[in-house]
Design a protein around this ligand. Structure first.
Ligand SMILES: N[C@@H](CCC(=O)N[C@@H](CS)C(=O)NCC(=O)O)C(=O)O
Length: 216
């Protein structure tokens, strides 16, 4: 059994998505980000002493799997994919390399910008926004998205010609940019690929669960 500490409105969603795709049973221990308004009603937050014992960084997700206590949502997904990912995981070392490549690309080349778009547009009130930082993030995210658009000319999915954990990991970091939909205007294949990811039954199920959690 896999235990996921976190909530749907967090990076734990990446791990929940993969578990749902694979039909892996998991237990969700609800932990809410301490900065959320809803944290005042939560039994456990990212600043609760017991949670800090589990992850002294005070960040979700934390996943307990195979006797390991893991942090870092993307590394967790790679571990799940390698150990029980079936066709969503790597078939061989070559695919493993490409899945790692796309995952690290998402984390380093996309997420720093896409998360700024989400923070500025969804988490800050208009008067608190850093508009210069927002404009810079919107400009910067276009370059990696345009590169990915070119790659998608060759195949509808990132690795092995099929939907894999690489698509989940990258889709989740690109989703953060959607509050500024204009970033996908010049990347029509990325837009279509993201729509295909979000048309999957597992995504629809978790997106519905996510809607049940308070936005702030
Ligand atoms: N690199 C980490 C980032 C984890 C992270 O930043 N988690 C956020 C929620 S998505 C968090 O727990 N924030 C709580 C806080 O700042 O108190 C990962 O991918 O797992």
């Amino acid at each position: 059994m896999i235990t996921i500490h976190g909530c749907y409105r967090s990076r734990a969603l990446r791990n929940i998505w993969l578990c749902e795709e694979l039909g892996l049973p998991f237990r969700l221990v609800q932990v809410v980000q301490a900065y959320r308004e809803s944290a005042k009603d939560a039994a456990i937050t990212t600043r609760s002493p017991d949670f800090l014992t589990l992850n002294p960084q005070g960040l979700i997700p934390v996943v307990e799997i195979d006797g390991l206590v893991m942090t870092e949502s993307l590394a967790i997904n790679l571990h799940i994919a390698r150990t029980r990912g079936g066709e969503l995981g790597p078939r061989d070392a070559r695919e493993d390399a490409l899945i790692s490549q796309w995952t690290l690309w998402g984390a380093t080349e996309v997420e720093p910008f896409s998360i700024q778009i989400l923070v500025q547009l969804l988490q800050r009130k208009p008067e608190q926004r850093d508009n210069a930082r927002l404009a810079e993030a919107i400009a910067d995210v276009r370059r990696p998205l345009s590169m990915m658009d070119t790659m998608l000319e060759k195949s509808p999915w990132l690795v092995g010609g099929r939907f894999t954990v690489a698509d989940i990991n990258v889709a989740e970091v690109i989703r953060y940019a959607l509050p500024a939909p204009e970033v996908l205007e010049a990347a029509p294949r990325v837009k279509a690929w993201l729509a295909a990811c979000h048309a999957r039954p597992a995504w629809k199920k978790i997106a519905a669960e996510r809607e049940k959690e308070p936005v702030n």
